[in-house]
Write a protein that binds this ligand. Structure first.
Ligand code: 16G
Ligand code: MG
Length: 552
């Protein structure tokens, strides 16, 4: 029974949002995510938890984003954003999972009681939560459940309506830094468009206007944001946006967007015809926090993924630091990747002697490690990523007195980059402007960009196994520790292929394991992937019905 006296409405409102029986929710790498019709109780409970989080943080504003990113329309999800726009602290993910799974009101309130005691939360402390949703129709009802959660704990809510995930993160950071030294920006979508476009204008001040950029908006919220941003950027950057239908929700992420292009490595059906030879385009995902580029090379589709974006950013920023006269011993770029980073991209940094770290999959892992570098560049190959400028670097950039026009320009561009690149989270629109500005400065077309390094052919295989929890990894997911000896047997295969590398890890978002394989030649990589997948099926006995025919 509860020891703490919660607001009287808590019990009554909890009863209105019962948990579906026999369903287990889990706060994974991207928050809660499942079919939207199952999430009413989760949204209510997340609202209560976010209110508590804000109280715990002395009334700082916490964010909530309702989205299922690149998933199909019928899914939805929710994640909590901490005050500086970063992902929720790991301990609280455990609370979120426990609360979401409490089978009844009494146990829910009992768990709340434990959290309040553990965290020594003052329930009389005021609390504030800002929330937004993507374009999914289920979002509207879920917002109502969320509002009940906020009312139940007495938190003040601020509704940002429909906006991209990175804009919500931006707004959270702006609210909490207002009046402080950082003062991140004006806490509104309009403030975001203005901040990004003003910085872009500085960056391209002496550059010619590039050809129109084709942007595949995944029929998601990015289409609405791009339309607004385009008005601020006209005429220095113009877009040909495609897959912008946010009215017909069944089209969301359907045969389009960043995930489609990255996983299939082909043109989205209505995009290829818009891109002539040598021209570039890009794709956002359903909530606009992922970006990949592509171009046509003598008729063929070529992908420029998160690894290539990171490589481009690393050379440009390193160049600016050198030109600026700043102390390169103290101010340098470090890069954070995951096991999915192409082996050639890893070599690219090794040969340039850039600091490099590999961490487990998921933005929160990359972000935290990138924060340790003076300038931390992190990208997942799938297109999540950003560049973080540490406070000492920003201080140095602002304090440095240039002694030549080259130094002055480099410092101006570094300041503009730090303003334009979303410091809270990976952001497709902000990353897109970064790429465009860098291509303009370096006089690069997509072909020159692509030739920074030659990617090793790779293959990703989704394997449905009876119990993915038996797969445990170490060394940033690059090696299996369980099932025992499976890694050794995989090694026996990968060693037979030139530059062969492969790993298998349990998915954090789906009930499957994922196998990644790369080697020097396409046909060998495919063969290696098929052999490895076959080995895994044999080892753990996947359901034959789910086993792709090539692995039988
Ligand atoms: C989530 C993560 C993404 C990661 C992906 C891996 C965030 C915001 N998103 O979408 O970074 O690449 O999961 O999915 O952290 P998987 O575990 O199913 O392979
Ligand atoms: Mg996303």
């Amino acid at each position: 029974m509860a020891q703490i006296s919660f607001p009287s409405q808590l019990k009554r409102l909890t009863e209105r949002h019962p948990k579906p029986a026999n369903y287990r929710f889990s706060y994974g790498t991207a928050g809660f995510r499942t079919n939207g019709s199952l999430l009413d109780s989760v949204l209510f409970r997340v609202g209560v938890l976010a209110g508590l989080r804000s109280k715990r943080l002395e009334g700082k504003t916490v964010g909530i984003m309702i989205t299922a990113s690149h998933n199909p329309e019928e899914d939805n999800g929710v994640k909590i954003v901490d005050p500086y726009g970063e992902m929720l602290e790991a301990d609280w993910e455990i609370y979120a999972t426990a609360l979401a799974n409490a089978p009844n009101t009494e146990m829910f309130i009992g768990f709340l009681d434990t959290i309040v005691c553990d965290q020594k939360i003052d329930l009389f402390q005021a609390s504030k939560v800002v929330y937004a949703r993507d374009t999914r129709p289920s979002g509207l009802l879920l917002v109502n459940a969320l509002r009940d959660g906020l009312d139940a704990i007495g938190a003040i809510g601020r509704d940002e309506g429909i906006c991209t995930t990175p804009i919500l993160h931006y707004i959270v950071r702006c609210i909490n830094t207002a009046g402080t030294r950082e003062n991140y920006g004006e806490a509104s979508a309009e403030g975001y468009y203005k901040k990004l476009s003003d910085a872009y204008r500085v960056l391209v001040e002496h550059q010619p206007t590039p050809p129109k950029l084709v942007v595949d908006c995944a029929n998601g919220v990015g289409a609405l944001a791009l339309q607004q941003l385009a008005q601020h950027l006209f005429p220095i950057l113009e877009f040909s946006s495609v897959n912008t239908d946010t009215e017909n929700s069944s089209l969301l992420n359907h045969d389009c967007g960043a995930d489609y292009v990255k996983t299939r490595q082909i043109w989205a059906p209505n995009v290829g015809n818009l891109i002539a030879d040598g021209e570039r385009g890009c794709a956002l995902d359903g909530d606009a926090d992922r970006l990949v580029y592509f171009y046509r090379d003598r008729g063929h589709f070529r992908l420029l993924d998160g690894d290539k974006i990171a490589a481009l950013a690393s050379i440009f920023i390193t160049q600016l630091i050198e030109q600026s006269g700043l102390d390169t011993e103290k101010i340098y770029v470090g890069v954070v990747q995951t096991a999915y980073a192409n082996g050639s991209s890893t070599k690219f940094y090794e040969t340039r002697k850039l600091a490099l770290e590999c961490v487990p999959t998921g933005v929160k892992h990359l972000h935290h490690v990138a924060e340790r570098f003076p300038i931390g560049i992190y990208f997942e190959a799938n297109g999540h990523g950003t560049v973080l400028f540490s406070q000492p670097v920003l201080d140095a950039i602002y304090e440095r007195e240039p002694i030549s026009p080259t130094q002055a320009a480099a410092l101006r561009y570094l300041k503009a980059l730090a303003n334009m690149i979303n410091q809270a989270v990976g952001d497709a629109l902000s990353d897109m402007l970064m790429v465009e500005a860098i291509l303009a400065h370096m006089k690069f077309g997509p072909v020159e960009w692509d030739s920074l390094y030659l990617e090793l052919p790779n293959r990703l295989v989704k394997i449905i196994v009876p119990d993915r929890s038996i797969f445990r990894t170490e060394d940033a997911e690059r090696r299996l520790v369980s099932p025992s000896e499976l890694q050794e047997r995989m090694d026996d295969i990968t060693f037979q292929y030139p530059q062969g590398r492969a790993f298998v890890r349990p998915s954090g978002t789906e009930d499957c394991v994922r196998l990644y394989a790369e080697s020097t030649h396409r046909y060998q990589t495919d063969e290696m992937a098929y052999r490895l997948a076959g080995l895994i099926y044999d080892e753990v006995g996947g359901d034959p019905a789910t086993r792709p025919p090539e692995f039988l």
